[in-house]
Design a binder for this molecule. Structure first.
Ligand SMILES: Nc1ncnc2c1ncn2[C@@H]1O[C@H](COP(=O)(O)OP(=O)(O)OP(=O)(O)O)[C@@H](O)[C@H]1O
Length: 289
């Protein structure tokens, strides 16, 4: 269907664990369906406790894991039918990942600007290094940094918050339609989390990028998401408009999750805003996470 950016159809993933004679089947994701409309950028949060299948679902959307059954179609391309480098590059043009630990996303021996330049050249081919450098600087400005600031630095010379923003800038260099962010702030200093999640809102509003935000943090999900999907033991137990679901949860598990977060914070989102939420100007000081 042309009007869907992402169509996840009855997708399941089963893992086998243990030795041959005592092999155990784990249903990590159980018949999950979800859609993102094309041309209607939104932030969809996937929430659930540890082991509920969030990461496995995200990895299937990123084509890093093959479903045991079901189908995934991204922007008209069936992920199961995708083959060859050209098709993979075209896929990465459309969907980009952000992972939990930014330090694992970068080669520690490579200066970050080199990484960003190579990413840009990979996606824009023969445009040349100086053109790529302009794009890199522009992407860094979108995340509150600059080439002047991060140029010449290795990953370990940046804070966790800065490096996660560099990771987001790298994703932007592919000009994606969708970003899948798996626990992107859980390893970031609590005082800086809002600056990253607020950035997702800016990407949605100013660049028209849809975001799948995988988290177990109900408070940030409530604050930035348009829609939420609650997972438990591999299945979706509740989904819909974020405010409607969290203000009046229908499923006992959603109620349980909500009770774990201070009610006044869920009832009035600004209460979870931290003083650093707008600290996105280039050169803004940041502590190491
Ligand atoms: N490669 C694998 N091999 C075997 N079991 C796996 C594998 N990946 C995930 N699992 C299992 O699948 C289930 C779902 O895991 P998953 O990582 O998707 O959950 P999650 O909700 O993202 O959890 P967390 O928040 O802890 O990351 C868990 O029981 C996990 O142990």
């Amino acid at each position: 269907m042309n009007d869907l950016l992402l169509d996840v159809m009855e997708v399941s993933k089963t893992f086998a664990r243990g030795r041959l004679l005592s092999r155990e089947k784990i249903v990590a994701v159980n018949k999950v369906s979800m859609q993102l409309a094309a041309g209607q950028p939104e932030i969809l949060a996937i929430i659930g406790e540890s082991g509920s299948g969030k990461t496995t679902l995200a990895r299937m959307i990123l084509n890093m894991e093959t479903p045991t059954s079901g189908r995934l179609v991204l922007d008209g391309t069936d992920l199961a039918a995708m083959g060859g480098n050209a098709a993979r590059l075209a896929f990465m043009h459309k969907v980009q990942p952000i992972f939990q630990n930014p330090f694992e996303s970068f080669n520690p021996l490579k200066r970050v600007e080199r990484y960003l330049l190579m990413t840009r050249l990979r996606f824009t081919g023969a445009a040349g290094e100086s053109t790529a450098a302009v794009a890199v600087d522009a992407a860094l400005h979108k995340v509150g940094l600059s080439l002047k600031e991060v140029g010449g630095r290795y990953p370990h010379e940046l804070s966790g918050g800065q490096l996660q923003r560099v990771a987001i800038a790298r994703a932007l260099l592919a000009e994606p339609k969708l970003i899948v962010a798996d626990e992107p702030v859980s390893m970031i200093d609590a005082s800086l989390r809002m600056s990253i999640v607020n950035l997702f809102r800016t990407l949605r509003d100013e660049l028209g990028i849809s975001i799948i935000y995988v988290t177990h943090d109900l408070a940030t999900a409530y604050y930035i998401s348009d829609r939420i999907m609650i997972m438990q033991k591999g299945s979706v137990v509740e989904s819909g408009d974020a405010r409607t679901v969290l203000k009046a949860p229908r499923h006992p598990y959603t109620r349980q999750l909500r009770e774990a977060v201070l009610l006044p914070e869920v009832a009035s989102a600004p209460a979870i805003v931290t003083p650093n939420m707008n600290g996105l100007s280039p050169g803004a000081p940041e502590r190491r996470a």
